[in-house]
Design a protein around this ligand. Structure first.
Ligand code: ADP
Ligand code: ZN
Length: 700
């Protein structure tokens, strides 16, 4: 027999593996082997076992050794790996990276643990513990120390003493987890939740669980996880931001107990990662919680994947392999025969289109838990406000905050981005001043003397601040960003006695910081929480009755076909933060009060927004009506990108553009290819040195 082996070796040309002779070894797909490669012996994973060779170029050498009894990857995982390589246009070796921790994989062996077996069944005369042990082990086969400790609560030393006396046999074996079954604390669903749960349970398709904020999606996840565990399988729960998983972990601790849960995230050390991998691989974990890469947790028998906040952009990996966790999960669950639940209050257009067409099972939750009413939303037009020096605070917003402080209630204030960079906008025609070179908005900067100038980040071009709007000649031009620091200064000046907390990626670098901050909010040790959206969204704080976004338009400074969708999601998230336990209010400050995403979000009309937006996308031929592939060119970028674009235009009727990339000062260029099946044209292109990004998120 022959086999194709993937190695971690970066040598070019072997990204899709090399063929070896299995020799006398009985190899399986996924087996961990060592093989000769040039003058070295290296580790590898068997990708497939085959009867005949596929390539003719090399002498076939023999596999050197088998390094582990059980395969590193099972067939579900290998099929998904192959799909990633095909769909995202990367080599199998690149796709393998997401599945295994940093080599050497020899370190992925389970820990050794003492096992005991009874030899002499007579009950010892003395010692309650010793008597108990003998009773317990009677008629049993080898039992691991951890299980004995768990079940009869005796110490390792009493066991060792009995072994020394010759009453027990003792042996070091690799730790197994077969005996560890979590005890489940079953959730109690409301009627509405139960209906949704039954609908998910019945369907074989991926389910889109579209539930408004605070409807109790987490309870449905808990019920699904409980079902998976009851049938002896494991579940994976993906969350967008590990900083926000605290309350979620707490909920699943109640359900299963922490020792059955693995939390995997990017801050784990290599050693912690290996330990988690091994425990999960050997069936010691029932539930894996983590960010996108947790999708590749090596569970032996996958029963369920849940993607919470499925619309979030963080599910797309921006390095090779450039997978999207949601799309990959669809395939993983299909190959595993597992259930997939996509939960959100603001579905992505991709999932919305599929739910509407019947490709996904469409499940709705329309009531908040205990019928808590949705907050009322006020839109404040910044272009018409008289904010003077206090920009971006308008008088009604300042009044609302002051009112909350008097009532000992809390306010959450969102800013879209940290820092001070911002676009220059015309308050009359609502256009942004754009760079003539890239057609993208300029950002406003200040030089060392404090004089403002404009900078185009894509090309490095500088411009002067114009006196009037180039489109409508209005003199009402305004820099629309507002940095955290400035906002903090204003708040301190306006409310000198208020207790202010700040949450952005500068102040929160560790999950522990977030925990402390939430504790302070819960215990009413703060009045105002000021934070960037990525940190503040998803909070569940009972005493918050005012949530406000200071400038809803800042995130819109890019002419991006997803901009409206993003703003809508942000604003809807915001409305979910206020009034979770008491009646609340939301304030949206914006320069564009009539934009559909602002109006629909304010009226809680998510379905209407999505239907409208989907129509627009179909009309303009943007995803999900079409597919986009982005080619990133780094060498001789402008010439090469334009050549690629011309070739694509001559070979197909796909829409394609070449432009400098937004960030990077014109050093790299991109070619966007848009249409139905854009992947077909790739075969006709010379893509040496070009990065291929399928379904890109950032593609302005
Ligand atoms: P969502 O994720 O849909 O925004 P959550 O799952 O966070 O909503 O639920 C909102 C709040 O309601 C949480 O505090 C949760 O504990 C509570 N809740 C929802 N459903 C139930 C239930 N069936 N039993 C007890 N509490 C519930
Ligand atoms: Zn104008």
């Amino acid at each position: 027999m022959l086999c194709r082996v993937l190695t971690r070796s970066r040598s070019p040309g072997i990204g899709n593996g090399l063929t070896y002779d299995c020799g006398d070894f009985e190899l399986k797909e996924g087996s961990h082997v060592s093989i000769p490669l040039r003058k070295e012996i290296v580790e590898g994973v068997v990708f497939e076992v085959m009867k005949q060779r596929k390539d003719q170029d090399f002498d076939i050498k023999n596999v050197e050794a088998v390094l582990a009894e059980s395969p590193l990857l099972n067939s579900t995982q290998l099929k998904t790996l192959e799909w990633i390589s095909n769909y995202y246009c990367c080599s199998l070796r690149q796709a393998l990276r997401v599945w295994l921790p940093t080599p050497s994989w020899k370190k992925l062996k389970p820990k050794k643990e003492p096992y005991f077996k009874l030899i002499d069944p007579t009950i010892p005369k003395r010692g309650v513990n010793q008597q108990m042990i003998v009773e317990y082990l009677r008629d049993k086969d080898w039992v691991p120390l951890s299980q004995i400790k768990d079940e009869i609560n005796v110490s390792g030393s009493s066991l060792k003493k009995l072994a020394e006396k010759g009453r027990l046999a003792m042996e070091e074996r690799e730790e197994t987890y077969d005996h560890i079954k979590p005890e489940i604390n079953e959730p109690k669903l409301t009627n509405a939740q139960n209906e949704a749960y039954k609908k998910i349970k019945k369907s074989d398709k991926p389910s889109l669980l579209f539930g408004i904020t605070s409807s109790g999606k987490t309870e449905i996840y808990a019920q699904m996880i409980s079902d998976a565990v009851h049938s002896g399988k494991q579940a994976i729960l993906l969350v967008p931001e590990i900083l926000l998983t605290e309350h979620c972990i707490h909920r699943f601790d109640e359900l299963l107990g922490l020792k059955h849960i693995a939390v995997v995230h990017s801050r784990l050390t290599i050693a912690q990662r290996r330990r988690a991998w091994t425990k999960i691989h050997n069936g010691g974990i029932s539930l894996v919680i983590g960010s996108r890469s947790a999708l590749f947790a090596p569970v032996p028998n996958l029963g369920l994947v849940i993607i919470d906040e499925e619309h979030e952009w963080t599910y797309k990996n921006e390095q090779s392999p450039r997978y999207h966790a949601r799309e990959t999960a669809v395939k993983l669950c299909e190959f595993a025969g597992a259930k997939l639940v996509l939960g959100t209050a603001t579905p992505s257009l991709e999932s919305w289109a599929r739910a509407k067409s019947g490709e996904y099972n469409f499940v709705k939750l329309t009531e908040r838990y205990q019928d808590q009413p949705l907050p009322s939303v006020r839109i404040i037009d910044l272009a018409d406000s008289n904010f003077g020096k206090l920009y971006p605070f308008t008088p009604p917003l300042l009044d609302a905050i002051s009112d909350r402080i008097k009532k000992h209630e809390q306010s959450v204030l969102f800013i879209n981005r940290r820092g001070v960079s911002s676009a220059l906008m015309c308050l009359d025609c609502k256009r942004r001043i754009v760079s003539p070179e890239s057609n993208l908005p300029f950002t406003v900067h200040k030089d060392y003397q404090g004089n403002p100038y404009l900078l185009d980040h894509t090309t490095g071009t500088r411009g002067e601040v114009p006196a009037t709007c180039p489109s409508c000649s209005s003199v009402r031009l305004h820099a629309i960003g507002a940095g955290t620091q400035r906002i903090e200064e204003i708040l301190n000046a306006e409310f000198p006695n208020a207790r202010l907390l700040r949450a952005d990626s500068d102040t929160l670098t560790h999950p522990e910081h977030m925990r402390l901050l939430l504790k302070k909010m819960r215990e009413n040790q703060a009045d105002i929480l000021l934070g960037t959206q990525s940190v503040v969204k998803g909070l569940d704080l009972p005493n918050v009755t005012l949530a406000a976004v200071l400038v809803a338009d800042v995130g819109l400074s890019l002419p991006h076909f997803r901009a409206g969708e993003r703003i809508f999601q942000l604003l809807t998230q915001l409305t979910g933060r206020s009034g979770r336990a008491k009646t609340g209010e939301v304030i949206i400050q914006t320069f564009r009060p009539n934009a559909p995403e602002v109006k629909f979000a304010a009226e809680h009309k998510t379905e209407e927004f999505l239907d409208e937006e989907l129509k627009l996308r179909i009309h303009a031929r943007y995803p999900p009506a079409t597919k986009i592939i982005r080619l990133v060119v780094r060498e001789d970028p402008e010439t090469k990108a334009k050549e690629l674009r011309d070739k694509i235009r001559s070979e197909s009727d796909l829409i394609s553009h070449a432009s400098p990339q937004l960030f990077g000062g014109g050093k790299t260029w991109q070619v966007l290819i848009r249409g139905v099946n854009p992947e077909k044209v790739l075969k006709q292109l010379d893509l040496k040195g070009v990065v291929v990004d399928v379904d890109p998120i950032e593609c302005v």
